[in-house]
Design a protein around this ligand. Structure first.
Ligand SMILES: C[S@@+](CC[C@H](N)C(=O)[O-])C[C@H]1O[C@@H](n2cnc3c(N)ncnc32)[C@H](O)[C@@H]1O
Length: 194
């Protein structure tokens, strides 16, 4: 949690920075939506790496308390992952360039993650990704903490896939690239398959 990028705090594990780098090169998204901006460090890193790839990508980063930082190709929005329709109305979503790439990195409460997964289920198409961050909280902070999060991101992924698993798969090639779930995004790299 002490990691920084260009001096901006960035809550990413180095393994995930390596995995994101590979996945973004493969996906070349034209739209990246991040829920949970914090200081803006991750949006800054995503914008820089996509620009260095020559990918013309617009980033929308949403937070209940958006940062004051200004970043090229990034729009920071004030918004709530539990009510994304208010920030990302249908007329905006319909016109976003594709492929789309979504990252859920908000409060890690099961309800928030589930709301984000269900919101984007309407919009994602086969081949696109939604990454659910920080399923690692179970291992980092233990059962009492995760109980306060109503099971946290891992539970949300389980509940979502219970309903919608026919159209998504966990990209185990990524999750297990450095060893089984050597990532903070435990079982969190989800690919829409149909
Ligand atoms: C883990 S931090 C994001 C870290 C950032 N993506 C990074 O990698 O550096 C979580 C952020 O989610 C925001 N947040 C908490 N609840 C939220 C919600 N319901 N909707 C949107 N953002 C939320 C917090 O304000 C906080 O800034």
């Amino acid at each position: 949690m002490r990691y920084t990028y260009k001096g901006v705090p960035t809550y990413k594990n180095p393994f995930d920075l390596a995995l994101y780098q590979m996945l973004l090169w493969q996906q070349k998204p034209r739209t990246l939506i991040e829920i949970g901006s914090k200081w803006g460090g991750s949006a800054l890193w995503f914008a820089d790496i996509l620009r260095s790839f020559g990918v013309d990508c617009v980033i929308h980063s949403i937070d209940i308390t958006p940062p004051s930082i200004s970043v090229q190709d990034v729009t920071f929005h004030r918004g709530d992952g539990r009510n994304l329709a208010a920030t990302l109305p249908a007329d905006l979503m319909e016109n976003l360039p594709r492929p789309m790439f979504v990252i859920e990195d908000a409060d890690h409460h099961c309800e928030t993650t589930l709301a984000v997964l269900r919101f984007f289920d309407r919009w994602l198409v086969a081949g696109e990704y939604i990454v659910v961050e920080d399923g690692i909280v179970d291992d980092l902070y233990g059962p009492e903490y995760v109980a306060r999060l109503m099971g946290g991101p891992r539970r949300a992924v389980e509940l979502f896939l219970r309903d919608r698993g026919q159209d998504y798969e966990i990209d185990t090639g990524l999750c297990d690239h450095f060893g089984t779930n050597v990532t903070w995004n435990v079982n969190g790299y989800l690919r829409r398959v149909r």
